[in-house]
Design a protein around this ligand. Structure first.
Ligand SMILES: [Zn+2]
Length: 83
């Protein structure tokens, strides 16, 4: 087999595997841990003591994955268009 062809097939296969894994992650676990508060739901105040709810996740500690956002948008668009 030609080395260039082998490298092309390997690159396409790796991209397909990574994409499949991300799609499965979006399907099985649509929510991921919030990266700002690391799932703790609150952040320490900058001035003084105490904490406040994380604004990025609204105090849930979770965020919706980007792929699930896209899926929800496409699903909503399809439902609105076919009603
Ligand atoms: Zn958060």
């Amino acid at each position: 087999m030609d080395p260039v062809t082998f490298l092309a097939i390997a690159a396409v296969t790796i991209v397909a595997i990574v994409t499949f894994r991300y799609v499965m992650a979006c399907w099985i676990r649509p929510f991921a841990t919030c990266q700002k508060c690391h799932g703790k739901r609150y952040l320490p105040n900058r001035i003084g003591r105490g904490t406040h709810d994380c604004r990025r996740c609204n105090g849930t500690g979770l965020r919706l994955r980007w792929g699930r956002h896209a899926y929800n948008f496409a699903r909503r668009l399809h439902n609105d268009g076919t009603r």
